[in-house]
Ligand binder design. Structure first.
Ligand code: SF4
Length: 220
């Protein structure tokens, strides 16, 4: 994979929220702050202090860059706990000692289950596994408002979800086609709603489908 073809890891989450949204972001570089994204960005600033610290017997790495050649993904982990473990992996940062790695993704809001966040976290773990030749069984999404973690197991199903999403993103980048809007309850919370215009784009799409149907009927 060429360097400029690496896709931001966060698009794994965006894709699983709405494929039109990720199309707009990736192919038209649209980004419109909603209250949620502004709050999320402000809260992330507390987390996004690059560095390492040693606390409670483990290292905590923040803003750690990760990538995967196999998946064509690049991004950052908000935090990674590196716990001493003789069966773990060597991190060049900390000499010869071995560590098991536990990625943590920080998200705005209260504790809940969000499949798209969990896939993004799993993608981070898969990047770390490739970079450090290690195996990572689980990580956590930390919900800032509840101040609580949701533990996420990196099952085969989740890993397959990451692989399929990464492939779909690459295909979207190649095809340069922004998917049609499908109006759903998610649209009311979407920061791109004014740009996307889901109701109008859906009706135009239906209109075009009907026209094509009419043309086919006339051809018979
Ligand atoms: S408004 Fe709805 S269809 Fe459009 S990008 Fe947002 S979630 Fe997707």
């Amino acid at each position: 994979m060429e360097d400029d073809r690496y896709i931001p890891l966060s698009y794994i989450s965006q894709f699983n929220y709405c494929i039109r949204r990720v199309g707009l972001l990736m192919l038209e570089q649209q980004w419109n702050d909603s209250t949620d994204t502004v709050k999320g960005t402000a809260e992330h600033k507390n987390v996004h202090t690059v560095g390492t610290e040693f606390r409670d017997g483990k290292y905590i790495l923040t803003e750690h860059e990760v990538f995967s050649k196999q998946l064509g993904l690049i991004g950052k982990c908000d935090a990674i706990e590196a716990v001493p473990d003789s069966n773990g992996t060597c991190l060049s940062l900390f000499g010869d000692q071995r560590y098991s790695l536990y990625p943590i993704e920080y998200k705005h809001g209260k504790l809940r289950t969000e499949e798209e966040y969990e896939l993004q976290l799993c993608a981070q773990a898969m990047c770390l596994e490739e970079m450090y030749s290690s195996k990572i069984a689980s990580g956590a999404v930390f919900y800032i408002n509840s101040h609580r973690r949701k533990e996420v197991a990196f099952t085969e199903k989740k890993r397959q979800g990451v692989i399929e999403t990464a492939l779909s993103l690459t295909q979207m980048l190649d095809n340069k086609q922004i998917p049609q809007a499908e109006s759903s309850p998610k649209c009311s919370r979407c920061s791109l709603k004014d740009i996307c215009m889901p109701d109008i784009s859906s009706s135009i799409s239906d209109y075009m489908k009907n026209i094509r149907k009419e043309i086919r009927r006339d051809d018979k």
